[in-house]
Design a protein around this ligand. Structure first.
Ligand code: JSK
Length: 448
């Protein structure tokens, strides 16, 4: 038996997002989001699933908080649905929406749980998408207005703030690959979206500073760690492009005030350019306090001119995979965290990490041993990372409960808690009790 002790002030949590758990899509004055529209577009989401009901956390959040208390977490990452706050994107404020989140945040605080807020977790008001989305500066200004409303309302209650979740998914998965909402398949559109959200990020951080809001603010990129299939320079370059598009494309502008030139040049070859306006890069590089990092898996990649705009092909190396098909390989998290040091030893929280394991109820229990094994491996890497002196300050498991997994609908389950989507009954899985023990002890026991 090996014991890995975590720092006494290490934050333990779980994460969710508004569209994935709330439901009540037509209640409380909520407006239409791009995910309401996308989910209703035939063929976009498995089984035609949508977020109309989801986990019904809009009505059941007190039950969810009881589960959080039972789990023993001290931090809970969630997102606010912009369409609940300003239903048409940049018009009237919906007081009923604000009141809902005040009730929720107050209940978290009463439970001794630190709220860790994501302002934008993909549910853009449809009206703004109809008018050009993130490529239109109207959306940028609308986001800043929305962010300032939330800053003003929750300053003093919330101390951990993230502007955007997984900017690569918002820009490239959703506008170049077309796999997520709104489903565009155009490189220039994706680059315009990425730049627009970066300007919105920078402007909202400037507002955060100007308004004197409590706490710390940052952004949460997702990691795409990749190692070369061969020692050829072409394979290494292919990996560099894949890693950089998820990370450097967003963090270089924020920390260095410029895009990674090798990727700018690569896209220029494909006829795409970044629509930078005077002053944009200065706005984007407004200093931040923390980074959220979302890590799930890593790849072994090689150069392949037929493999998409990056010409970087991920190979199937026969590793154990989760039920969504992602290889289980935790060392990519360790390698990435050292890669991240090029931006300095910044405060980092793992804001998402988890496994899609679709085990179901058997005699009233869910024996998700594979999920426990995944978490054991990744928490062991986190212990190594901390031991190396990297400022990794906390960990939020994705996810507290099974929920709407975007284009996969409800068939893919990431939760520590099982959700029966007919009855909405929540059942803690064996991994819930394992994580409860890790949190209670503040250490990880690895069976040798
Ligand atoms: N890189 N090139 N890919 C080439 C082809 O990819 C095809 C599919 O791509 C992807 C990539 C990444 C994801 C993804 C999902 N989650 C889980 C959510 N995270 C935020 C939270 O809401 C969770 O639900 N994180 N990442 C999905 C699909």
């Amino acid at each position: 038996m090996t014991i890995f002790q975590f720092p006494k002030d290490f934050r333990w949590g779980t994460a969710t997002a508004s569209y994935q758990i709330e439901g009540a899509a037509q209640e409380g004055g909520r407006g239409v989001s791009i995910w309401d529209t996308f989910a209703r577009t035939p063929g976009k989401v498995f089984n035609g699933d949508n977020g109309d009901v989801a986990c019904d956390s809009y009505h059941r959040y007190e039950e969810d908080i009881e589960l959080m208390k039972k789990l023993g977490i001290n931090t809970y990452r969630f997102s606010i649905a912009w369409p609940r706050i300003i239903p048409d994107g940049d018009g009237e404020i919906n007081r009923e929406g604000l009141d809902f989140y005040h009730r929720f945040v107050d209940a978290l605080l009463d439970a001794g749980i630190e709220p860790f807020l994501t302002l934008y977790h993909w549910d853009l008001p449809q009206t703004l998408e109809d008018d050009g989305g993130w490529g239109n500066r109207r959306t940028v200004d609308a986001f800043v207005k929305y962010a300032e409303v939330i800053f003003k309302e929750f300053s003093g209650k919330i101390n951990f703030w993230l502007t955007f979740n997984e900017p690569w998914c918002i820009a490239f998965l959703s506008n170049m690959l077309g796999i997520h909402a709104p489903g565009n398949k155009d490189l220039q559109t994706a680059i315009n979206v990425a730049h627009g959200l970066l300007v919105a990020h920078g402007k909202s951080v400037q507002s955060f500073r100007r308004m004197g809001i409590t706490g710390q603010i940052g952004i949460a990129p997702n990691v795409c760690w990749a190692e070369p299939y061969s020692k050829s320079p072409e394979d290494q370059a292919a990996c560099d492009r894949s890693i950089a598009l998820n990370t450097d494309w967003f963090l270089d502008p924020i920390y260095k005030g410029s895009y990674p030139q090798f990727l700018v040049d690569w896209f220029a070859e494909a006829g795409a350019t970044v629509p930078i306006q005077d002053g944009d890069m200065e706005i984007i590089s407004e200093p931040i306090d923390l980074l959220g990092i979302n890590y799930y898996t890593m790849g072994i990649n090689r150069f392949n001119p037929e493999a998409g705009v990056l010409q970087s092909e991920e190979l199937n190396m026969g590793l154990i995979k989760t039920d969504i098909g992602w290889p289980v390989e935790s060392r990519g998290l360790y390698e990435f965290m050292h890669y991240l040091q090029k931006y300095g030893n910044v405060d980092v929280y793992i804001t998402e990490n988890g496994a899609c394991i679709n085990d179901d109820l058997e005699n009233g229990k869910i024996n998700d041993d594979r999920r426990i094994s995944y978490y054991e491996q990744h928490l062991a890497q986190i212990h190594r990372i901390i031991n190396d002196g990297i400022n990794l300050k906390g960990y939020m498991a994705w996810s507290l409960m099974d929920n709407f997994e975007w284009a996969e609908g409800y068939r893919m389950r990431f939760g520590l808690v099982h959700v029966d989507y007919r009855s909405l009954v929540r059942t803690p899985k064996e991994s819930f009790y394992w994580y409860q023990s890790v949190i209670k002890n503040n250490w990880l026991e690895i069976r040798n």
